[in-house]
Design a protein. Structure first.
Length: 251
């Protein structure tokens, strides 16, 4: 089964509940750019369940585009409209709904630690009006480093470019740093405050003498993939695995 079909299936499992029995209004909220994702897979899967936009259901697709103010405005609108269910994609979208006190049933995905973030009480008994699927992305930070070192075994200095706009990124970075310590690898951290920091961050990675770079993305950076790839090329990165990016710096 291809990955996007699996994701769609996971998203839909919590939706097949009595809550959906009379559903007419469905709102899909993404904190980034939903139209740059395979969102059509979810729409198609909903249609197979009898929820066809413009026919048996009214669906709206909302994207925060990496802008916290825009996301809050969208959430305020959802709180007022009270659709019958909200499908929330990514942790910033889910957190914004939670913090706004939205009472509509929310089904979420792409959230690494819903318990730690205070979204649900527990995985076994979520409680409240939030439920969904989760994955242990935070624990994969060390695995990312491991894969990079397998590809580039002589690497002893790496730079990590990341942003706190995704709460998971902090945990992922800690996992990378801890894994690096056990392997005798030096880590150089550069945090991004916004898109204006991209070029200086790549300069920092090269000036620090890093042999490779790990890029932990977020909503805003996902929308700037071409710019990031261009910076990687201009800084003579020899190898890349996009999103999250693992880049080798020129010797």
């Amino acid at each position: 089964m291809i990955r996007r079909d699996l994701i769609a299936g996971l998203l839909l499992m919590p939706l097949v509940t009595p809550v959906l029995a009379a559903m007419r209004q469905i709102s899909i909220l993404h904190s980034g750019f939903p139209n740059r994702t395979p969102i059509h897979v979810l729409i198609e899967a909903l249609r197979t369940l009898g929820y066809e936009n413009g026919n048996t259901a009214v669906m709206e697709l909302l994207g925060g585009e990496g802008d916290a103010t825009r996301l809050d405005t969208l959430v305020a609108g959802l709180r007022s409209k009270k659709p019958e269910v909200i499908i929330a994609l990514t942790s910033p979208a889910v957190l914004a709904l939670k913090q706004a006190g939205v009472v509509t049933p929310v089904v979420f995905a792409f959230v690494t630690d819903p318990v730690g973030l205070g979204i649900v009480d527990s995985l076994a008994r979520p409680g409240g009006n939030f439920t969904g699927v989760t994955y242990s992305e935070a624990t994969l930070g060390g695995k990312r480093l491991e894969l990079l070192l397998e590809a580039l075994p002589s690497t002893r200095r790496i730079a990590v470019i990341w942003s706190r706009s995704f709460s998971e990124n902090s945990v992922i970075f800690d996992a990378i740093r801890q894994a690096a310590q056990t392997r005798g690898v030096e880590v150089f951290s550069r945090e991004l405050e916004g898109a204006q920091d991209l070029a200086p961050a790549f300069d920092y990675a090269k000036d620090s003498g890093a042999q490779a770079l790990i890029f932990n993305t977020d909503n805003l950076m996902f929308g700037r993939r071409k710019e990031i790839a261009g910076l990687a090329l201009s800084h003579h990165c020899r190898q890349s695995i996009p999103l999250p990016l693992k880049l080798r710096m020129a010797d």
